[in-house]
Design a protein around this ligand. Structure first.
Ligand code: TXA
Ligand code: MG
Length: 348
């Protein structure tokens, strides 16, 4: 299969992508978080194709994307007051809500669970496409299973070219990390995956929210089944240096000195980079200012992918505070490094 590239801003390209989705084909498209790999959510064969193309385990459920609230009635059996409040404030946007599902939702989407994850993305191209096809669209991140999520159409093609019908190019995804997954079927809502909407933002609207203790560790069975799989893993090992800036800089300088013939990738804040003397064989991804956590988060996946393409042997990065967007950022970094989340927040 030859994967065609369509342009997000062009009406005839959106119409073509919508037609492909209606025919049960797989189409990757931009959202404000990361690119998604879409298929008609009510078409079981199409949904199975997603798992095949990604190499994704079939017990890992998918998020269903909609463009208007009315579509929710097809998918959710019950819409609580808490859900109403959250939808009013955060949709369209990077928040996925877990609802009790209706019978219309095929169990291959939900990994056999009796709940369904739904979100309304805010990217104009995603909304155009969802409206043009008129279908609820199941879409996981459009990467090969286990790899960093794609934030550009090029990333999608790198992973899935020849395995999907089309990718709609809508430029770089702005948030750069996936949506927050919030389970609102519990008395106290639980964050199953930290993401584009922060705990602080949620609590300002609905009061206390729990954070699933299991989202970062592999000890318990996670409530968001996806969290138990290896994720965001580049080819080279990732090491997170922790501590205050002096400690991190000293540790990194030592590692660089010891690295010998190894090709090293550095993924750091501007402030930490400024402390280092860089030998020539180092590949640098500057993520932005340490004080701009959303900015750091937005470039993370692209940086991990650039190291894969350059074929580095080792990747060093640093820890960021776990507040606001830092919670999602550190969750992804810990997963990329295969480490348990640290309890201490670095002092800077
Ligand atoms: O930003 C995003 O959410 C992107 C874009 C494309 O929308 N999508 C995305 O999908 O990240 P995916 O499949 O890579 O991650 C979906 C997460 C997984 O951790 C999955 O286990 C969880 O949502 N999930 C889906 N349905 C669920 C359910 N019914 N109950 C609990 N967790 C669920
Ligand atoms: Mg994913």
């Amino acid at each position: 299969m030859k994967t065609i590239t369509l342009k997000g801003g062009q009406a005839e390209d959106i119409a073509r992508a919508a037609e492909l989705l209606r025919q049960g084909e797989l189409v990757a498209f931009p959202t404000e978080t990361v690119y998604g790999l879409g298929a008609d959510a009510i078409n079981e064969e199409a949904v199975k194709g997603i798992y095949q193309a990604k190499g994704r385990p079939s017990d890992n459920p998918l998020i269903v994307h909609i463009y208007q609230r009315e579509q929710l009635f097809l998918l959710a059996r019950e819409i609580s007051t808490v859900a109403e409040l959250l939808i009013e404030r955060f949709w369209p946007g990077p928040l996925t809500l877990i609802f009790p599902k209706t019978e219309r939702v095929p169990s291959c989407i939900t990994g056999g669970l009796d709940t369904v994850a739904v979100r309304m993305p805010s990217h104009p191209v995603a909304l155009d496409l969802l409206q043009a096809c008129g279908l609820p669209i199941a879409a996981p991140s459009a990467n090969r299973s286990g790899k960093p999520s794609p934030t550009t159409a090029e990333h999608v093609l790198y992973d899935l070219s020849g395995r999907i019908a089309a990718v709609v190019d809508g430029g770089t995804a702005a948030v750069g990390l996936e949506s927050t997954v919030l389970d609102i079927t519990r008395k106290v809502p639980v964050i199953l995956r930290p993401g584009g909407i922060t705990r602080e933002q949620l609590e300002a609207v609905i009061g206390p929210v729990e954070v699933a203790a299991d989202y970062g560790s592999s000890k318990e069975t996670p409530r968001a089944p996806g969290m138990k799989y290896t994720h965001y893993a580049p080819e080279a090992p990732v090491k997170i240096c922790r501590g205050n800036r002096q400690q991190v800089a000293a540790e990194l300088q030592q590692k660089l000195q010891d690295s010998g013939q190894q090709r090293v990738g550095l993924m750091l804040s501007r402030e930490t980079l400024a402390q280092l003397q860089l030998p020539e064989h180092v590949l640098v991804a500057e993520l932005g200012s340490f004080t701009d956590l959303p900015g750091i988060a937005s470039g993370l996946f692209a940086a991990l992918r650039s190291f894969d393409q350059a074929g580095v042997d080792m990747i060093y990065t640093e820890a960021f505070p776990c507040t606001d967007m830092g919670a999602a950022l550190m969750n992804r970094l810990d997963k990329a490094a295969g480490t348990a989340p640290a309890e201490t927040v670095p002092e800077q």
